[in-house]
Design a protein around this ligand. Structure first.
Ligand code: NAI
Ligand code: UGA
Length: 537
């Protein structure tokens, strides 16, 4: 495979063996004739990806009009919410991302619009990003594994039915391999005569909490296209948009199917590293080795590298599990059962890591947490986001509640209503969302009743600060590594806790264990062996 390099807008490299000609990356750049330079963009889906991605695009391309649309009016209203009158900050946005508010403020009303007028935005656009949710199917064929593509399909049908001019359609959502082919069939079967669509795959690699930084300075922009003159030209047009702020050598063009698969592959490989280090963390805890030292020692090898080797109480987030399940399903569908088993193992290790951590809390606290107050610090799946989808904190809190603990939970960004819903929602159903219609379950009466019952049981308190959450607690469990938890006044925490005061750190190397032990805490941290192992030295 050629290294990332580009001599034209399309970085036309990456012919993959085994692909038919139309699957492979194109080799030459034909003169344009199908699509004019992009002046107007529509993004369907105003979520964690569509919102930040197209906001940054609007900021870097003032000559392009960008309209982000969504079927969910409350989400769009939140994107259009006014600045706080006191601070001037945009605190009502539906997505919390450091730096996002400032960029929205600078562009909104200039060349950035948030709207529910989907048809109008589709008609006006030269290029359309499809950034809708692709959750794991909850029922029917492939339930629990396959991606639910009905949001992608309904967006595609809508484009076909309302478009009055030719367009470039860009898959931004993470989709199974060959989804572009289904989209093309739908578009061709439903569009008006004389209208031409080209479909590109342009997966998104941003991570929540660092989205604006990742979008501004991506490791790579991947564009998959068909090897046809119009497909190559469409890739050029999208490449030109990115070149307003991304160096051409970081824009990598491949065949469509390689691009679709690369997104699943990248997430699978990242998740695999976490499960690998978490498996080693378990060995450390039983031997007296320290996972921080082991990870550092391994990461010094340039072939391994230091990133994504932080042992934790398990990975979360809306995509790692979903995309791994998708890969497992794809492998099974292709009859590649050992491949499916291999990736399934990454998920199994993650489930085990969460269960193991919860078990450690219970066993350390003399094998019972019944009626003991446990302070849970953090509820989002990682710091600097308010997103709780697949957060390990949810699994841990549910386990503690099943063991009859009293929970006191604090997170700086997750709204209380979201925490209540996550605690009572059946995990086999879609993750509930504060934005009805956004892909999560709608608030229904049974959910409301469960929340009311949990609230009235007094088994869970939602605190307004970390210190408040820790008051009278017998244990503090760090589930999300927000910076403010590291710099907490731990002496003050200790003085107001029951004794012995336990701390369980779900993120290796996050807390200064030696300092906490000096204060008097009994500390357990993922991947840190027991003191007594060193006793024979
Ligand atoms: N969340 C993340 O950090 C990343 C997500 N992805 C992928 O991006 C895609 C979107 O993910 P998120 O933004 O997190 O999802 P999300 O659930 O936050 O947003 C999706 C939005 O699409 C809207 N929508 C659904 N169908 C629609 C339709 N027919 N017309 C108009 N709007 C519609 C929903 O109302 C929702 O607001 C998924 O495929 C995901 O795997 C990729 C990289 C990062
Ligand atoms: O497709 C997606 O949705 C995105 O998924 C991840 O991004 P994200 O889930 O937002 O955040 P990460 O930083 O990857 O963290 C995911 C989870 O892994 C955990 N993690 C991360 C790193 C690590 O070393 N150990 C570890 O347990 C985090 O605590 C978190 O729970 C990928 O990093 C993005 O490239 C990708 O675009």
């Amino acid at each position: 495979m050629a290294p990332i390099a580009s001599s034209s807008h399309s970085n036309l490299v990456g012919l993959s063996q085994g692909l038919s000609l139309s699957d492979s990356a194109p080799q030459i750049n034909d003169s344009p004739s199908f699509h004019p330079p992009v002046r107007s963009i529509c993004c369907i889906g105003a979520g964690y990806v569509g919102g930040p991605t197209c906001t940054l695009l609007a900021a870097r391309c003032p000559h392009i009009q960008v309209t982000i649309v969504d079927v969910n009016p409350s989400r769009i209203a939140a994107w259009n919410s006014p600045p706080d009158p006191l601070t001037g900050e945009l605190t009502g946005l539906p997505v919390f991302e450091p730096g996002l508010g400032e960029v929205v403020k600078a562009c909104r009303g200039r060349n950035l619009w948030f709207s529910t007028e989907i048809d109008e935005a589709i008609r006006a656009a030269d290029l359309i990003f499809v950034s809708v949710n692709t959750p794991t199917k909850k029922s029917g064929i492939g339930a629990g594994y396959a991606a639910d593509l009905h949001y992608v399909e309904s967006s595609t049908r809508r484009i076909a039915s309302v478009a009055t001019s030719s367009k470039i359609i860009v898959e931004k959502s993470t989709v199974p391999c060959r989804t572009a082919s289904s989209m093309r069939t739908i578009l061709e079967a439903n569009s008006r005569p004389g209208i031409h669509f080209d479909i590109l795959s342009n997966p998104e690699f941003l991570a929540e909490g660092t989205a604006m930084r990742d979008l501004q300075n991506p490791d790579r922009v991947l564009i998959g296209c068909l090897d046809t003159p119009s497909g190559r030209e469409a890739a050029d047009r999208l490449g030109e948009v990115y070149e307003n702020w991304v160096a051409p050598e970081r824009i990598y063009t491949t065949g469509l199917w390689s691009s679709e698969l690369s997104k699943l592959a990248a997430n699978a490989l990242l998740a695999q590293r976490i499960s690998s280090i978490n498996s080693l963390a378990a060995i450390c805890e039983s031997t007296g080795a320290n996972i921080g030292e082991v990870a550092h020692a391994c990461g010094l090898d340039k072939r391994i590298g230091p990133n994504f080797l932080r042992a934790t109480c398990g990975f979360g987030g809306s995509c790692f599990s979903k995309d791994l399940l998708n890969l497992v399903y794809l492998s099974e569908s292709l009859g590649l059962h050992p491949v499916a088993e291999y990736w399934r193992g990454v998920l199994a290790m993650n489930d085990w890591s969460k269960a193991r951590f919860a078990q450690k809390v219970v066993s350390t606290m003399f094998n019972t947490i019944t009626s003991k107050r446990v302070a849970v610090l953090g509820f989002a799946f990682k710091k600097d986001t308010g997103d709780t989808r697949e957060s390990p904190a949810i699994t841990l809190c549910r386990t503690f509640l099943e063991d009859n603990a009293l929970l006191s939970i604090y997170d700086p960004k997750v709204p209380h209503e979201q925490i209540w819903r996550d605690l009572v929602n059946d995990p086999s159903r879609p993750s509930p969302s504060p934005y009805p219609g956004s892909g999560g379950v709608l608030l229904d009466s049974s959910l409301d009743a469960s929340i009311a019952s949990l609230k009235s049981s007094s088994r869970v308190t939602l605190a307004s600060s970390a210190l408040e959450a820790c008051r009278d607690a017998e244990a503090v469990v760090i589930t999300t590594p927000w910076d403010q938890f590291r710099t907490l006044d731990w002496q003050a925490v200790f003085s107001q806790m029951q004794k012995p005061a336990f701390v369980f750190d779900g993120h290796s190397g996050f807390l200064d264990v030696a300092r906490l032990e000096k204060i008097g805490f009994k500390v357990q941290a993922v991947g840190r062996g027991p003191e007594k192992m060193d006793a024979w030295l």
